[in-house]
Ligand binder design. Structure first.
Ligand SMILES: Nc1ncnc2c1ncn2[C@@H]1O[C@H](COP(=O)(O)OP(=O)(O)OP(=O)(O)O)[C@@H](O)[C@H]1O
Length: 782
């Protein structure tokens, strides 16, 4: 024990050994809060505290797993495996399963993912004959989710004047109706969405004091990581559970609160002192991750936020490199510059791919970086893309699993009833759905009695529905005797899914079959792992597996084969992670800070916190980039460097290459008169005003200037003396070309033959264009 305590600083050790009563650990970025939490738990176990009486709530399942593994090394697996440790959603899903009957749910309730939720909402909007252009599933979902996270039930919603007037202002006055119908549909389907897991836990604790008392007694020590990003619903659960023993320890950094759009309330951490007046405060201020320049730059920016708990974050590491700012003329060029810089760093520093992360504000920015990394043969992984479990064939089979376990799951029923094809058409299904809605039944129940509910359904169709039900019922008989893997395999076979894909000999069919195999292998691993771990609270059942899949967060989806790759992700997903080299890209106003979050000071403060999180992910070097022109809806638009650039103390920045007098780093060496890049910079002064090319002839992006001035250079090479006609295949990557309208440019890619040859050219005066040589007459430069 002494040995691991010696791995902590004095302040960290204090935060570990003072484990009774309420504790607030305010931890700056990189100050070792994960280490402190892990050791605090290990310390508790070492003091003889029962593992089952410790509840530790983390932000991702991956974080919980890693912490458990570290604890196991210190105190042994026997102890660590009995800890209640995981995300809010996974821990309370388990508690809800154990207590489901009290709320009228089956213990095998389904957890609806976002796709399911949106599909339910779509069906309701259709049923109610509302305008689907106004009541878009995403917008409706966000209203419902926000209501749930503030514990506003459908009944309370109508009398909540704030919510109602907000809906009226957004021209969506029917949200209350949709919310009510949505809650009813989920209930009769025996399904909960993510927000329900928290809302229903609160309802359970409110309506069943004896249940609350049981868990209050049980959880003697409660620890919450990333407390700054808890929402109201989570806050209440924690507070209720802690009232008995009051051994509550929350860890967080108000400067890293970045989830207000999901209902997170920074007030939770700011108000801890009021909730527990006799709390102990521990401030972890030394950053062990980053160099001094990185920490100081981050501090200089976050200091602009008014709303924060005072702390001094410092690093005792070397001062390190200044934060390099890359200025690109276009988004395309930004991609190339970042890829080139990664390539160069790998060679210079002997770094490996996994040391790098490219962080951006919105997912849509990923494509450009994917393209540029691919061109340089740099392997990468994108977080937050379409997950394996959302692929059609995988989701189909998962829906079979769900339906077998919970026949009332409407979304699963609709998805698989006619897959593989069973001749159950849309007409039959819309009749079944209408009957179910009219009678308040699930689709399963309505389908079983369809002839008596809707006499127009033909005997043949009713028989097919009955045959389908027989298959599902037959599969359900296997639940008790089979583990997850055997049950999954039986379902995949008897449902006809595997056979259907086997018949499809196309490449796509083969790859779908391989995906199914991967899913089944995954289930086998899950079973083996659970058996090995001898988890006390559960058998390796299929519903357990489904729950694990439903509650995966992006961070949990990392695959072993993706280990040594550059990571491309949003800043939100980068929370809690660290990389030697971080590229923070797209630092332009309206992109970062986002256009959606520039309206109030609070919104801007959250964007600033996002920037703080991003920069503090870097251990050794942080690089920032921005482009002066970016494609928006198919047309190039000029951009203005982010206001945050101006807010960072200049002394920590290296503006070197983005100086117009010294543009050697830029792949483009444009003359000062090039069209499309001029912009009113709104009087910004240093650090980047000096980088904006002076532009005597103001040309807007729509005015294309086709001729470059004599002596101008393109791509750091002199412009060809003359341009002549040539064969299509002579136009290859790297050559200079001239286009009638767009002027002179350089070929970036070329593919295909003869007149069908397709080329992508960057024209300094007109941006990037993809042209078919059949139509575009290009001359080649000599
Ligand atoms: N006492 C210490 N001595 C040396 N290194 C430490 C110490 N404490 C933590 N570290 C290291 O510092 C880095 C940051 O620690 P950790 O990830 O726990 O920070 P954090 O507070 O969770 O960061 P963030 O909130 O920014 O995600 C890790 O690489 C960790 O190993």
């Amino acid at each position: 024990m002494e040995e691991f305590l010696s791995q902590l600083s004095d302040t960290q050790r204090e935060a570990v050994v003072n484990f009774t009563g309420p504790s607030l650990i305010i931890a700056g970025a990189g100050s070792g809060k994960t280490r402190v939490l892990t050791y605090r738990i290990a310390y508790l176990l070492n003091q003889g505290v029962q593992p089952s009486s410790i509840l530790a709530l983390t932000f991702t399942n991956k974080a919980a797993k890693e912490m458990k593994e570290r604890i196991a090394v210190t105190v042994g697996v026997a102890q660590s495996k009995r800890l209640r440790m995981g995300t809010f959603h996974s821990i309370f899903a388990q508690i809800l399963r154990a207590e489901a009957d009290k709320l009228g749910y089956p213990s095998s309730f389904t957890i609806y993912d976002t796709t399911d939720v949106k599909s339910v909402i779509k069906a309701i909007v259709k049923e109610k004959k509302l305008d689907d252009q106004i009541y878009k599933p995403g917008a409706v979902l966000s209203r419902i989710s926000s209501a749930k996270n503030n514990l506003v039930t459908p009944m309370a919603y109508r009398s909540n004047s704030g919510a109602m007037s907000q809906d009226a202002a957004a021209k969506m006055p029917m949200i209350a109706d949709i919310y009510t119908a949505y809650a009813q549909k989920c209930y009769k389907s025996g399904a909960m969405d993510f927000d329900d897991l928290l809302l229903n836990t609160n309802i359970l604790f409110r309506d069943f004091p004896e249940v609350l008392a049981k868990y209050q007694q049980l959880f003697n020590f409660i620890l919450v990581d990333e407390y700054q990003d808890t929402n109201y619903s989570q806050y209440l659960i924690v507070n209720k559970l802690a009232t008995h023993h009051k051994n509550i320890c929350v860890v967080g950094d108000d400067a890293q609160s970045i989830y207000s759009f999901r209902g997170a309330k920074i007030e939770n951490i700011l108000n801890f002192r009021n909730d527990y007046p006799n709390y102990k405060l521990f401030k972890l201020e030394q950053n062990y991750r980053s160099t001094q320049n990185i920490v100081n730059a981050a501090n200089s920016l976050i200091a602009k936020n008014k709303n924060q708990i005072k702390k001094v974050s410092y690093s005792e590491k070397e001062s390190g490199d200044l934060i390099k700012v890359l200025r690109a003329y276009t988004d395309q060029e930004e991609g190339l510059m970042v890829a080139a810089s990664i390539h160069q760093t790998i060679l210079q520093d002997q770094a490996t791919y996994q040391n790098f992360a490219i962080l951006y504000r919105t997912n849509a920015q990923s494509r450009i970086f994917e393209d540029s990394l691919r061109k340089k043969n740099i392997p990468y992984k994108v977080y937050g893309g379409l997950s394996f479990y959302q692929r059609k064939e995988i989701k189909d089979l998962l829906c079979y699993f769900r339906l077998v376990l919970n026949h009332n799951d409407d979304e699963a029923y609709k998805r698989v009833v006619n897959f593989p094809a069973r001749g159950i058409g849309e007409t039959t299904m819309s009749r079944v759905e209408a009957a179910a809605s009219a009678k308040g039944l699930s689709i399963w129940e309505a389908a079983l009695n369809i002839r008596s509910l809707d006499s127009e359904v033909k005997d043949g169709a009713a028989r097919k529905l009955a045959d389908f039900a027989a298959i599902i019922k037959d599969l359900a008989t296997e639940i008790v005797t089979s583990d997850a893997y055997n049950l999954a395999l039986t379902i995949a076979t008897k449902s006809g899914v595997i056979n259907d894909l086997r018949m499809d000999k196309s490449q796509e069919g083969t790859s779908k079959l391989e995906n199914l195999e991967a899913l089944l292998n995954g289930i086998r691993e899950f079973v083996d792992e659970m058996k090995r771990a001898e988890e006390p609270d559960g058998e390796p059942t299929l519903d357990r597996f489904l729950e694990t899949v439903s509650l995966l967060t992006d961070a949990d989806k990392d695959k072993p084969e993706d280990k040594n790759k550059v990571t491309i992700m949003t800043i939100h997903s980068a929370k809690g992670l660290e990389f030697k080299y971080v590229y923070l890209v797209g630092l332009e106003d309206e992109l970062f800070p986002s256009r959606m979050s520039m309206n109030t000071e609070q919104e801007l403060e959250e964007e600033r916190r996002l920037f703080y999180v991003a920069i503090t992910r870097a251990e050794r070097r942080a690089t920032i980039s921005y482009a002066l022109q970016r494609y928006k809806w198919g047309t190039p638009a000029t951009c203005r460097p982010s206001r945050f650039l101006k807010e960072i103390d200049e002394q920590f920045l290296d503006m070197g290459d983005s100086d117009p007098d010294n543009e050697s780093n830029s792949l483009l060496n444009l003359s000062t008169q090039n069209g499309g890049f001029t912009k009113n910079y709104g009087g910004f002064s240093n650090p980047y005003q000096k980088n904006v090319p002076a532009s005597p002839n103001k040309i807007t992006s729509t005015e294309v200037k086709t001729k470059l001035p004599a002596g101008a250079t393109v791509f750091n090479e002199p412009i060809a003396k003359q341009f002549v006609e040539c064969a299509e295949n002579d136009i290859v990557e790297g050559v200079q070309v001239e286009h009638e309208r767009f002027g002179i440019g350089k070929v970036i890619t070329a593919e295909g033959d003869g007149p069908n040859r397709k080329v992508t050219v960057f024209f300094p005066a007109a941006g990037q264009k993809t042209l078919l040589l059949k139509f575009a007459k290009l001359k080649i430069g000599l």
